[in-house]
Each structure stands twice: as C-alpha cells, then as structure tokens.
Ligand binder design. Structure first.
Ligand SMILES: [Zn+2]
Ligand SMILES: [Zn+2]
Length: 83
C-alpha cells in the first residue's frame, strides 16, 4: 500500500527517510510510509503505523463535507420530531 517498493533507496536516503520507511509522518514527525489517505478522499500523505490508524478513525470528524451532511441530517431529524 505504501511507496517503499516504488521509490529507490538512493532517493529515500536523499530525502532523509530512514531505511525501511518511505516518508515522515505528518502528525508526529516519526519515520513512516507515504500512502493513500485511509478514507474516501483523493489525498496522499505520509504517516507512521500508529498515526495512520488514528487518521483512519478520525478523518470522519475532520472532514467538512461529512460534518455538513451530519448537520443537515440533524436538522431533518429535529424538524421531523417537531411535527
Ligand atoms: Zn513504505
Ligand atoms: Zn505518526
């Protein structure tokens, strides 16, 4: 799922990535892997093994589109209850 195999070792060393990693985590700055976002968003970033799980579980609450849909659903439910 990550770019370890597609990036050359030379290039990774140039970027300062430790051996066995292909990116630096965006959240905590630890060595990690460059990979596609673990959600339905066309975004590629780098996360460590720990943060990629956190990102996968928390993207829902940080996505403005999802929050908007939840807000609209909330309004619909409330207006139905008030009828
Ligand atoms: Zn990797
Ligand atoms: Zn991390």
């Amino acid at each position: 799922m990550c770019y370890c195999d597609s990036l050359s070792t030379e290039w990774k060393t140039q970027q300062g990535y430790p051996e066995g990693f292909c990116g630096i985590c965006e959240r905590c700055g630890k060595p990690g892997h460059t990979q596609h976002f673990p959600g339905p968003v066309p975004y590629t970033g780098a996360w460590c093994d720990r943060c990629v799980k956190i990102v996968a579980y928390t993207w829902v609450f940080k996505n403005p589109v999802v929050l908007m849909v939840l807000a609209v659903l909330g309004v619909i439910i409330v207006t139905r209850l008030l009828k």
